[in-house]
Design a binder for this molecule. Structure first.
Ligand code: NAI
Length: 252
C-alpha cells in the first residue's frame, strides 16, 4: 500500500481485533497514523485477552476494551469509554464474527441464535452506539462474506447473518449520509485465518480448486480493501459491498 493513505489523527475501533483479519486491521490503521481500539470478547481461558494484549503491544497509544458485541449493554459501555477517553470516533470496522457450520437439519436453535446474535445483532448494536459519535468524514465498514451472496452448504446461520449485514449496510449508508459518514461492506472469500483453518481439509481444497486467482486470500487482501474504503479516495462510495475473493464469486 502506498503512502497516499494517511490516518493521522483518526480514531479507529475494530471489533474482534484480538486475532485474524481484525488484528491485521488495527496493525495497518495504526501503521498509517491512526489511534486504534483493540476489542476482544472475554473467554474462560483468557486467551482472547492475552491475544488482544499482544496485538496492542505492537501498536502506538492503543486502547484495549473487552466487549461482547452481541450484548447491547457491553457495547454501550465500550462506546461510552471511547467517547470519554478518546473524545470521539472516525472509523468503525465491524469485524467480529463466528461460524457454526451445520446443515439445516442438524443445526440447533441455540447455535442459529448465537451466530445471528454475534454477527448480525453485534454489527447492529455497534452501528447504533457509534452513530451519534462518528465525526463528519467518518467511515463504517462491515465484514460480510461471499457466503452471504452464495448461501454456502452448511452455513444457514452464517450465510443468513452475512446477507443481512449487506442489507443493514445499505440502510445505515442512507441514514448516516446526512452526517457525512459512508457505510460499506467487504465480502471476503476464502482468507487464511483461524476461522478457515478450522474447516475440514477437503472443504478447503474444494474452495481452492474454484479460485481463479489460484491462491487462498491473505489477511492483507482484506485489510487493503478496508484502507481504501476508509480513505478520502472513497468519499463518494457508500452502501456498497466490495467482494474480495480472488474471483471465486463475481457479483453483478
Ligand atoms: P477469526 O475467528 O480469526 O476472528 C474473529 C474475531 O472475532 C476473534 O478475535 C474473536 O474473538 C472475535 N469475536 C467473536 N465473537 C465476538 C464477540 N461476541 N464480541 C467481540 N468479538 C468477538 O475470524 P477471521 O477469519 O479473522 O474473520 C473476521 C471477519 O471476517 C468475520 O466477521 C468473518 O465472518 C469474516 N470473514 C472471514 C472469512 C475468512 O475466510 N476468514 C471469509 C469471509 C468473511
Amino acid at each position: 500500500m502506498s503512502d497516499w493513505i494517511d490516518f493521522t489523527g483518526k480514531i479507529v475501533l475494530v471489533t474482534g481485533s484480538s486475532r485474524g483479519i481484525g488484528a491485521g486491521m488495527v496493525e495497518a490503521f495504526n501503521r498509517f497514523g491512526a489511534r486504534c481500539v483493540v476489542n476482544y470478547v472475554g473467554d474462560p481461558q483468557g486467551r482472547n485477552e492475552a491475544d488482544a494484549q499482544r496485538v496492542a503491544a505492537g501498536l502506538k497509544d492503543p486502547v484495549a476494551i473487552e466487549c461482547d458485541v452481541s450484548n447491547p449493554a457491553s457495547v454501550a459501555a465500550m462506546f461510552d469509554r471511547v467517547q470519554r477517553e478518546l473524545g470521539g470516533l472516525d472509523i468503525l470496522i465491524n469485524n467480529a464474527g463466528i461460524i457454526r457450520d451445520q446443515t439445516i437439519k442438524k443445526i440447533s436453535a441455540e447455535d442459529w441464535n448465537t451466530v445471528l446474535n454475534v454477527n448480525l445483532s453485534g454489527t447492529f448494536h455497534c452501528i447504533q452506539h457509534a452513530s451519534p459519535m462518528l465525526r463528519p468524514g467518518g467511515r463504517v465498514v462491515n465484514l460480510a462474506s461471499v457466503a452471504g451472496s452464495l448461501g454456502l452448504f452448511g452455513q444457514a446461520g452464517y450465510a443468513s447473518s452475512k446477507a443481512a449485514i449487506m442489507a443493514l449496510t445499505r440502510v445505515a449508508a442512507r441514514e448516516l449520509a446526512r452526517q457525512r459518514v459512508t457505510v460499506n461492506a467487504i465480502a471476503p472469500g476464502f482468507i487464511d485465518t483461524d476461522m478457515t483453518r478450522s474447516m475440514p481439509e477437503e472443504v478447503s481444497k474444494k474452495f481452492l480448486d474454484q479460485l481463479p486467482a489460484g491462491r487462498i486470500g491473505k489477511i492483507d487482501d482484506v485489510v487493503d480493501a478496508a484502507l481504501f474504503l476508509c480513505s478520502p479516495h472513497a468519499d463518494y462510495i457508500t452502501g456498497q459491498v466490495l467482494h474480495v475473493n480472488g474471483g471465486f464469486h463475481m457479483a453483478g
